[in-house]
Design a protein around this ligand. Structure first.
Ligand code: ZN
Length: 363
């Protein structure tokens, strides 16, 4: 996506590169950045097809969109058995589409940063030697040694660093890390900028979400909404979720037929007359306001989950559903136990027994 944006913004373009004649390219880039976050391939297809039609028929830039499609998108055939269900024979797809369902795994967004980080590690590890790397043979010999280091177990000295040399360290994972990042279990959370925009999302901590969920459960303004095994909540700071939000979002995710998908997007006000697309509304639906988490697989639709492979919502629901515990278990204070030993014993005999044992040992 970085390359695409840079090429589109370039003032001096080479022959064969797409060039808008009558409109500012920033408007076009804004639409692309919002389309990047569509959840499903059918949503991307419907919106991209509307964009192509608008640029060809209303912007009157047929050459531009034709060249753009040739370079940055492609059409794929829908498998025979799915054609009736989708109402399509072929559909638009793009490598820069970073959906919930599609070719991108969570944690591998449409960015070259992952490849660049891997390249940086390779180069850093190669040059950590006193042997001069002046020939191809010396580089290859060094590479053989480096690969061996990547495969060995974690050393005691590396446990204290967050940059281990071996790729076998628990912190190096292709999937979701086994434990939340430190700040997710802290007090304040933090703001993060959504890729390719200036918009920021304030992600709160796991504890804050759980506290709010417990406090508002059964109240008039609940901070989450449940539909089957899906839970909807605010992407940023917890707030009251309108009833029916989870059901609406799940319907958007499950829709398979292109015509039905388009009807839903028109109803949302995302596609207007003459195929006009409202990028702000696309962003609001797919990344900006609400996210929906699967309470069985703990996947989330927020942009952070797709970009980084983990998010506060997913971790909070894991604890909410009793799958894992991240926040500390509140233990009764010693004086509470001493003052009300009988009643406490009824509620939590195991914990009280433990405390009695500790007290006896101390005496
Ligand atoms: Zn999330």
């Amino acid at each position: 996506m970085e390359h695409l944006i840079r090429n589109m913004r370039k003032k001096k373009k080479g022959a064969g590169e797409p060039r808008l004649q009558n409109r500012p390219v920033t408007a076009f880039i804004g639409i692309l950045v919002s389309l990047m976050w569509c959840w499903t391939p059918v949503q991307f297809h419907v919106l991209f097809e509307a964009l192509v039609a608008r640029i060809r028929e209303t912007w009157l830039e047929p050459d531009f969109i034709e060249t753009f499609c040739k370079i940055y998108c492609r059409k794929a055939r829908v498998p025979q058995e799915q054609r009736e269900q989708c109402g399509l024979e072929e559909y638009w797809m793009a490598d820069w589409h970073c959906g919930v369902v599609g070719t991108h795994e969570p944690g591998f967004g449409s960015t070259q940063q992952t490849a660049e980080l891997a390249n940086r590690k390779l180069k850093n590890d190669l040059i950590r030697t006193t042997v001069p790397l002046t020939t191809h043979e010396s580089v290859v010999a060094r590479l053989v040694k480096v690969v061996k280091t990547w495969k060995r177990g974690l050393k005691e000295s590396e446990l204290r660093t967050d940059r281990p040399v071996t790729l076998m360290a628990p912190s190096m994972t292709l999937g979701q890390p086994s434990f939340p990042d430190g700040w997710l279990l802290g007090e304040f959370g933090r703001q993060e900028r959504r890729p390719y925009t200036k918009a920021k999302t304030h992600f709160v901590t796991v504890g804050t979400i759980l506290k709010k969920m417990r406090a508002t459960q059964g109240r008039a303004k609940v901070c989450f909404d449940v539909y089957n095994h899906w839970i909807a909540m605010a992407c940023g700071k917890p707030r009251a979720v309108p009833a029916g939000t989870a059901e609406k979002l799940v319907k958007h995710m499950k829709v398979k037929h292109a015509a039905e998908c388009r009807r839903m997007l028109v109803t949302e006000g995302i596609i207007g007359d003459e195929n006009k697309i409202f990028p702000k509304k696309v962003t609001e639906l797919f990344t900006g306001t609400w996210c929906v988490i699967n309470s069985t697989t703990f996947t989330c639709t927020c942009w952070r989950y797709r970009w980084r492979g983990r998010c506060v919502h997913s971790y909070a629901i894991q604890e909410w559903e009793g799958h894992r515990r991240w926040t500390p278990v509140p233990l009764p204070a010693a004086d509470e136990v001493i003052d009300g030993e009988d009643s406490a014993a009824e509620e939590a005999p195991a914990e009280v027994d433990d405390l009695r044992r500790v007290r006896r040992r101390l005496e």
